[in-house]
Design a protein around this ligand. Structure first.
Ligand code: CU
Length: 150
């Protein structure tokens, strides 16, 4: 009976070690989002863990040119009004539709066209719910979602 219990204790420590090992190797959250010629992201919700680096790839699986159907991923700070931001961004054509000197953005990708992809790496902000959006003129109506940091 006693050796039985001892085995469980060993098993417990072994599993603890394995789990810890996994989380160390695995401390980057990889996220792939696609966008298309129909002004859509493939998701409206992204969930990540606090303190874990996020490696986010945006793919444009359509064919239209960046000038016509460009997409990006812009993560907004809390309390930023998405519509007001999008209207400002729409005038910033020479800056990839990111308002020059903006303090409303946490991170953003390049603007890409059909067949392209772009990747960014960043440490997520403090736990909470944030908006993400594509800042190409007019796209915010359809291309937006929640970025949740747990
Ligand atoms: Cu877009």
């Amino acid at each position: 009976m006693k050796t039985m219990r001892f085995k469980y204790v060993i098993l417990f420590f072994v599993s603890l070690f394995l789990f810890t090992d996994c989380s160390v190797k695995n401390d980057v959250t990889k996220i792939v989002i696609t966008s298309d010629d129909y002004m859509k992201f493939n998701t409206r919700e992204i969930i990540v863990q606090s303190g874990k680096i996020v490696k986010l790839t945006l793919k444009h699986i359509g064919q239209l040119d960046v000038q016509v159907m460009g997409h990006n991923f812009v993560l907004l700070k809390k309390k930023v009004n998405l519509i007001e931001f999008a209207n400002k961004a729409a005038t910033a054509r020479d800056n990839q539709y990111i308002p020059v000197g903006s303090d409303e953005v946490i991170v953003y990708t390049d603007m890409i066209g059909g067949g392209q992809e772009t990747t960014i790496e960043f440490l997520p902000p403090e736990p909470g719910v944030y908006d993400f959006v594509c800042s190409f003129p007019g796209h915010y109506a359809m291309m937006k979602g929640k970025f949740i940091v747990e």
